[in-house]
Write a protein that binds this ligand. Structure first.
Ligand SMILES: O=P(O)(O)O[C@H]1O[C@H](CO)[C@@H](O)[C@H]1O
Ligand SMILES: [Mn+2]
Ligand SMILES: [Mn+2]
Length: 404
């Protein structure tokens, strides 16, 4: 019996996909852009010089990025010995959103089109917001537009505190986001409002409602908290998580994984906020996980704190921190364990706007029994789900080719 650990680096893309033109993302390259700006000396706050990721490099990160883009990321080389199996994967799903990426890597690509609120202003139908407000016992709301979640707090957070009107906003993703002050509005009240919105959004085919609680006194110091909660719909078919749980295995969610799969196929759940706490929780879960377990962690900060914020310096520091924790995982592995490092989409911090970017994701595989080498280009993230199915000796998934 075996175990698997999946480290999901949210938004860590490694170069635009062949279909990036459909998304306005030709040339986007989250990893490559960060490496370039660091090597140029453009990310010197709290860190310095070329991007330093010695452990990810040894596992094959630079080589797979070269495979994806045809360029060696600045400050990296292809000469050093590689101890992991490495490749990069394109996305079959129609969107570049978080649930699509996660479901596809668990073997279930999203082949239908999500609903989107495409208008940048007056984004939501009045009929929808009227229903949500009425059921929640509220009379007005703020926002009704596409926005960056931190910018909209600066703009409307104080008015929200004064009036008690929730802030509704969206983005290029299939999302309906609600920002409310944790203390003046109340966290439980926000969660109830999100649950109502989730129900009312069913006919609109929207992938996620996201609760965006924040704290602070004024626009000068508003800060979003770790009490963010995602209300996703259920994946359209059983994922490899469902299969493993049904087979008597354990599926241990660390961070927001459980929410992204609408809790389907999750047997255990650990919440943690911030990269350090997510790493600590991951290592603890690995220490405690029995055979036939999957430990699955979403490292959301790359995306929410740095990618969407277009904070390249912060993204670089976070990557360097992530890299320093890898040896602690390596020393804990048992003979049959495998580790997969991947991502769900890109979010290039040098790109225009604040949305995700359509990119290849890294696929890194290592463990005591894994033969190092080139896994090449994978046509779908579902190759990960298929490999997990094979590793856990489950019946094969409908999509994907195992690389094991
Ligand atoms: O700007 P914030 O609130 O972080 O929102 C971003 O996070 C959502 C989920 O990834 C995206 O749809 C984007 O809108
Ligand atoms: Mn994501
Ligand atoms: Mn995101």
């Amino acid at each position: 019996m075996a175990r698997a650990i999946v480290l999901m680096m949210d938004s860590f893309g490694v170069g635009a996909t062949a279909d990036a033109d459909k998304f306005g993302d030709v040339g986007a390259d989250t990893f490559g852009s960060i490496a370039r700006v660091c090597a140029e000396g453009g990310a010197e706050v709290g860190r310095s010089g070329p991007l330093s990721l010695p452990n990810l490099s040894r596992l094959g990160l630079a080589r797979l990025a070269y495979g994806s883009t045809g360029k060696v990321p600045a400050g990296f080389n292809l000469e050093e010995e590689v101890v992991g199996a490495y490749g990069f994967a394109a996305e079959l799903s129609s969107g570049k959103d978080t649930p699509s990426g996660h479901w596809e890597m668990a073997g279930v690509p999203v082949l239908f089109d999500w609903g989107y609120f495409t208008d940048k202003q007056n984004s939501f139908p009045k009929e929808l917001t009227d229903k949500i407000l009425k059921r929640a016992g509220l009379t007005e709301f703020l926002g009704n537009c596409h926005a960056s979640g931190t910018v909209i707090l600066e703009r409307l957070g104080e008015e929200h505190m004064r009036t008690g009107a929730p802030i509704f906003y969206t983005s290029a993703d299939s999302v309906f986001q609600i920002a409310c002050h944790e203390e003046t509005f109340g966290l439980e009240k926000l969660y109830e409002l999100c649950q109502i919105a989730r129900e009312e959004l069913t006919p609109y085919n929207i992938g996620r409602v996201i609760a965006r609680p924040f704290v602070g006194q004024s626009a000068m110091d508003f800060a979003r908290t770790g009490n963010r909660k995602d209300y996703a719909v259920k994946p359209p078919a059983p994922t490899v998580l469902d299969k493993l749980a049904e087979d008597g295995g354990s599926v241990i969610s660390v961070g927001k994984i459980a929410d992204i799969y609408a809790h389907s196929g999750i047997t255990d759940m650990v919440k943690a906020t911030g990269l350090e706490a997510l790493w600590d929780a991951t290592l603890k879960a690995v220490d405690e996980a029995k055979d036939h377990s999957l430990v699955f962690t979403n490292f959301v900060d790359f995306d929410s704190s740095y990618g969407h914020r277009r904070d390249l310096n912060g993204y670089a520091s976070a990557l360097e921190y992530f890299d320093t924790r890898l040896p602690e995982l390596m020393e804990r592995l048992k003979a049959d364990d495998i580790v997969i490092i991947t991502a769900d989409h890109g979010c290039d911090p040098t790109w225009t706007g604040t949305d995700h970017t359509r990119e290849h994701v890294p696929v890194i595989l290592f463990g005591p029994g894994v033969t190092p080498g080139d896994l090449g280009k994978r046509d779908t993230f579902a190759d990960i789900g298929q490999s997990l199915a094979s590793h856990f000796r489950l019946t094969p998934m409908e999509y994907g080719t195992s690389f094991l």
